[in-house]
Ligand binder design. Structure first.
Ligand SMILES: [Zn+2]
Length: 512
């Protein structure tokens, strides 16, 4: 993306999550209740996680025994409510005397809105106790996501005679699993999880020991310092850097792909010195552990993906090559003065980029023009990981701006991406990782074809300029974005012109 608009990252919303420990679990190999978020969710759909959610205003009205801090009390109340709503487990004093049937009807009272959470607790003489909820950290979503949470994590034991059961649409499934085993599943690239989930699984995997809470809280991220290195999948670090990009995005994802010996850098895109330094420090750490930087590779030519290349190159002690598609290399090399970026090696469609070491990682370059002419995606077959550049995003919409942008090419590229086998995750240029890869690509294709249909219809019914068409078709888009929408409409019209469905005469579009 490429605009000069700046906007601050969104403010995190208060939330709470519960790491539920199985009753009488083996302290050396404890089991937790891990849920899988529905693939339909826009935020982290398909990820493994712990039950939890956003604070309700009424959560603060609940009195919590043994808690003196009103903010912590509200978080505990939220955690208990979410646990009850999502899994039917009620961690409250007095709940032990309720039958299963009574709990079900209580949940129904809450879900149907017949009773508020504070009202329900009071009515049934139940109360929450802070001693049942052990605080194990407060994690803030990094600013690369438009949806951000300041999440309190609590450890709680599942009460006797209660069995968690995934209830509503937000979650697809859930299971008791040894924390260590779940962490191994992540290491084998079988599940996706965000850093606080992984930290919890790893920490619990080392056993329920007297210093358990201390180990949970041993890192700064457990105290609201947003994570910078996000490893949704082992060996693939997502390192968002702040860039002047297209809202709602405020950051561009740089990817650091590493193994025992080498490190590959994709899209160091920030023009800001402090962001460049943060990235350089992360790379220095990986190099300090004995790796060398294999190469810097670029998905495409937009400034928010390449603006940090020269600074990174200057920072690295050993010379490093920069590689990109020829149609990216040419415009970057031709730029004036400091903006020029020398690309040393051209990457062609189908080229393999091997990262030497363990595990062996091999990326296949896929030329996917449309957003720009020289756009490349990188596909790692072993784990089904696709680095999608700006073709598919975890946040915001993809701009197709002619003449560099081409809708026909873009749709063909999406089809090509759709045909890659075994896709399990998409790492886009902006926003969180996307777990439902095929679903997301299908959604993109459907959305574009639907727009195209509306645009053709508008032309058939007499709308003759891009401006007219935007006013008629983009009723769901704010007028501020209309200039950009006109570019997208033009891209659709050019595609329809190629397909001989419309033609352009005297500055007006007509249907055939
Ligand atoms: Zn772009």
């Amino acid at each position: 993306m490429n605009t000069n608009q700046r906007q601050p990252p969104s403010t995190p919303k208060d939330a709470a999550a519960v790491i539920l420990l199985r009753q009488n679990t083996d302290p050396q190999n404890p089991e937790v209740f891990l849920v899988r978020r529905s693939e339909k969710l826009a935020f982290l759909g398909g990820f493994s996680a712990f039950p939890g959610g956003q604070l309700d205003a009424s959560d603060a009205e609940v009195e919590v025994k043994n808690s003196t801090d009103v903010v912590a009390s509200a978080a505990i109340s939220c955690a208990a409510r979410e646990l009850f709503e999502e899994l039917g487990v009620l961690v409250a004093c007095g709940a032990e005397s309720l039958t299963k049937g009574q709990r079900v009807s209580l949940l129904d009272d809450l879900e149907s809105g017949r009773m508020s959470w504070p009202g329900l607790l009071q009515h049934y003489n139940l109360f929450l106790d802070a001693n049942d909820f052990t605080f194990v950290g407060r994690w803030v979503t990094p600013p690369f996501s438009a949806r951000r949470f300041d999440t309190w994590f609590f450890l709680a034991r599942c009460p006797p005679k209660q069995e968690p059961k995934v209830i509503q649409g937000e979650l697809a499934s859930g299971e008791w699993i040894a924390a260590g085993r779940a962490h191994e599943q992540w290491q084998r690239s079988e599940i996706l999880a965000v850093p606080p989930t992984l930290h919890a699984l790893k920490t619990l995997g080392e056993g329920v020991t007297p210093d358990l809470v201390q180990r949970f809280l041993a890192i700064p991220q457990a105290f609201q310092i947003p994570v910078r290195r996000i490893e949704f999948r082992p060996n693939f670090i997502c390192f968002p850097v702040r860039t002047p990009t297209k809202p709602p995005a405020t950051h561009t994802n740089c990817y650091l792909i590493y193994n025992s010996r080498e490190l590959l850098v994709i899209d160091p895109g920030s023009p800001y010195e402090e962001e460049q330094q943060a990235l350089a420090a992360a790379i220095d750490d990986l190099v300090g552990e004995g790796r060398s930087v294999r190469e810097i590779i670029l998905t495409h030519m937009h400034p928010d993906h390449v603006a940090g290349v020269n600074a990174l190159r200057a920072h690295l002690v050993d010379p490093v090559t920069v590689a990109a598609h020829r149609l990216t290399a040419e415009p970057l090399g031709a730029a004036v003065g400091e903006d020029a970026i020398r690309v040393d090696r051209n990457i062609e469609d189908g080229d393999l980029i091997k990262i030497e070491g363990t595990p062996e990682i091999q990326l296949k370059a896929v030329h996917t023009p449309g957003h720009t002419r020289g756009h490349l995606c990188f596909y790692e077959e072993r784990t089904g990981t696709l680095i999608s550049g700006d073709n598919v995003l975890g946040l915001g919409s993809v701009l197709i701006d002619p003449p560099e942008g081409n809708m026909r090419d873009y749709l063909n590229s999406l089809q090509r991406m759709r045909k890659l086998e075994g896709l399990s995750v998409i790492f886009g240029g902006h926003g969180p990782a996307v777990a439902n890869a095929y679903g997301k690509i299908d959604e993109y294709i459907t959305h574009r074809l639907e727009r195209e249909r509306q645009i053709l219809e508008a032309v058939q019914e007499g709308s003759a300029t891009a401006k007219d068409i935007v006013a008629r078709v983009y009723t769901d888009v704010s007028p501020k974005a209309h200039a950009m929408a006109e570019r997208a409409v033009l891209a659709h019209l050019e595609k329809l012109e190629d397909e001989r469905q419309v033609f352009h005469e005297d500055n007006r579009w007509h249907a055939r």
